[in-house]
Design a protein around this ligand. Sequence first.
Ligand SMILES: C[S@@+](CC[C@H](N)C(=O)[O-])C[C@H]1O[C@@H](n2cnc3c(N)ncnc32)[C@H](O)[C@@H]1O
Length: 253
Amino acid sequence: MRDPNQYAVFADERSRPFFSLLERVPERPFREIIDLGCGAGVLTRSLAERWPQAHVIGLDNSPQMLAAGAKHAIPGRFDLVEGDILAYDKPTDLIFTNAALQWVDGHETLFPRLAGLIKSGGVLACQMPSSFQQPSHLIMEEVARSGPWAPKLADWRQLQVKELEWYGNLLLEMGFSVDAWQTTYHFLLQGDDPVVEWVKGTSLQPILNRLDEAERAAYLAEYAHRLREVYPSQAHGTVYPFTRIFFVASRVD
Ligand SMILES: C[S@@+](CC[C@H](N)C(=O)[O-])C[C@H]1O[C@@H](n2cnc3c(N)ncnc32)[C@H](O)[C@@H]1O
């Protein structure tokens, strides 16, 4: 289950890569646009604004997220649809996907399939976190494997995102022109244990969903304690470096 309110806590920091990605999408007369893993669709609406002639669909498999975003839809112009990225198979002009494909396994087959859906002159634009070797995520895993909750988390594993070069090479080999880059944001977060609050909205959810209330509280206490050493609270806040990869692949034919 996903919590749109927790995801929205750092709305400003989380929306920035969406716009960095959007800025690099070339100006082409797209007619059909899909935002895969659109969440509440608040940001997807900017796609409908930039390409007013297009039909824009935001697709997500979380009814909670879609319900939170229903008010942003413009029926017939910008629709929010419940569905699974794994099942998406409609050829389209622009596939835009921000901070979502890290949740989908099997990038070896997923990316060639999605790239194969891009119509002539179309674009695949993707951003994913590349944060899984950061202390916040390594410690998340260490705590998961070492506490009394470990048996309940045996089937949990960290999300898998490959190196940027892997995605770039794949798309080049498929004949796309590729604009790829990586950015490490240094967020200055406020409040108590803000890095825990950050990951609670994303990567930590599959762990918390597997635990009961008492285990959840104990896990969070241990995790927060460990993170305080690595991300200390300083005079102006807590600095949280966070790396993301971006690529915009354009079909040249
Ligand atoms: C971190 S949120 C990003 C939301 C939005 N793209 C943004 O930039 O704010 C990831 C979204 O991907 C969705 N998602 C994850 N796996 C999915 C799947 N297999 N099919 C459809 N949506 C999925 C989640 O429900 C969630 O709303």
